[in-house]
Design a protein around this ligand. Structure first.
Ligand SMILES: [Zn+2]
Length: 341
């Protein structure tokens, strides 16, 4: 049973999850093994026809007439076998001067594709559309559980990004609390909204569209750009001037535009970087109103792609300051270049 503990000194929450000790990548012997061979050669539990190797599915986009936990799917969502948290009664305890919650929440794995695709760069627009629709369905479904206040949606692709399974997948962690970083972000968004009357993300993107130096491409209502203070070389944000921050409010047409822009951006990154590892984060404002204002009104939809070309060391870890050797202006210029293929 995991616990979410509150660190009074650093004002952050920590998930203590002994179950994850059994995770294939979190023991020293398996770490050594992984260092020698990139990924296991054993049958892949995320591939089509290996459905029996995962826990029963929570959701899937399936061909009409196909059955749950059998082949015939486009995306499939299963509980994380080595979950950090799980849906149970959220009990809040005090223990002397400390406090903790029993590890309440949801930890799900979205299997992005039935094929053994190991990079998002190989996806079609149709794959990206099915993926976005699946994320939207899961957020919409979990939103109905009022004990959940925050959902984290992210992808780790490649070893440098912390991936432990080669087959493309996305993770969802839903929590009964709002992480400190999200609270701080919300405070900044709210302050800007109250002072200027529109969301900070909208101001930033308007400025980027005016100056153009960091814009890569625009598709419909969405733009891809390298953020002014990129922490990672070739970091890219996909965002919109007008679309709200919560993924489950996006309409079919907008999902199509994001999918097209995402696939194009990934192909541009691959042309410049070759095979690259990255973390990808999808905007997920808190699910409850904050200070009487719905968080989605002060936020905008965004996908952040963070290529992991370097490993971070002690300075980054302790100071929280990232060192990026590539200017975002140069990265955007290179990413704008047309394909010579
Ligand atoms: Zn596979």
């Amino acid at each position: 049973m995991s616990e979410i503990r509150y660190d009074r000194l650093h004002d952050v929450h920590v998930v203590i999850a002994p179950e994850r000790l059994h995770h294939p990548d979190e023991t020293e012997s398996s770490l050594n093994k992984v260092a020698k061979e990139p990924y296991s050669s054993e049958p892949c539990p995320f591939c089509e026809k290996n459905e029996s190797m995962t826990p029963p599915e929570i959701y899937a986009i399936r061909r009409e007439g196909s059955f749950p936990n059998e082949s015939g799917w486009q995306t499939r969502v299963v509980p994380n076998l080595f979950k950090a948290v799980q849906i149970e009664t959220p009990l809040h305890h005090h223990f002397g001067m400390f406090e903790y919650w029993e590890g309440f929440g949801a930890h799900e794995v979205i299997i992005d594709t039935p094929r053994h695709t190991t990079s998002m760069c190989e996806w079609s627009e149709e794959d990206a559309i099915a993926w976005l629709k699946t994320l939207s369905q899961r957020v919409g479904d979990l939103r109905r559980d009022h004990r959940i206040t925050y959902i984290s949606l992210f992808k780790n692709e490649g070893k440098n990004a912390g991936a432990t399974m080669a087959h493309c997948h996305t993770q969802l962690i839903a929590l009964p609390l709002i992480p400190k970083s999200q609270n701080e972000l919300y405070r900044r968004l709210l302050e800007h909204f109250q002072t200027n009357g529109h969301p900070l993300m909208e101001s930033i993107l308007s400025h980027e569209e005016e100056t153009q130096s960091r814009i890569i491409e625009k598709r419909g209502g969405f733009s891809a750009y390298c953020p002014y203070a990129s922490g990672y070389p070739f970091e890219v944000i996909l965002s919109s001037l007008h679309e709200r921050g919560d993924i489950d409010t996006l309409k079919e047409e907008q999902i199509g535009e994001i999918a097209a822009l995402l696939i194009s951006t990934l192909q541009r990154l691959k042309r410049q970087l070759g095979v690259f590892h990255f973390n990808l984060w999808i905007s997920t404002p808190s699910l409850i109103p904050n200070e009487g204002i719905d968080s989605v009104d002060v936020d905008r939809f965004a996908i952040r792609i963070m290529p992991r070309l370097y490993r971070h060391g002690g300075f980054e870890q302790t100071s929280g300051i990232l060192i990026n050797p590539v200017t975002p202006e140069l990265a955007a210029k290179l990413l704008r270049e047309k394909s010579h293929e």
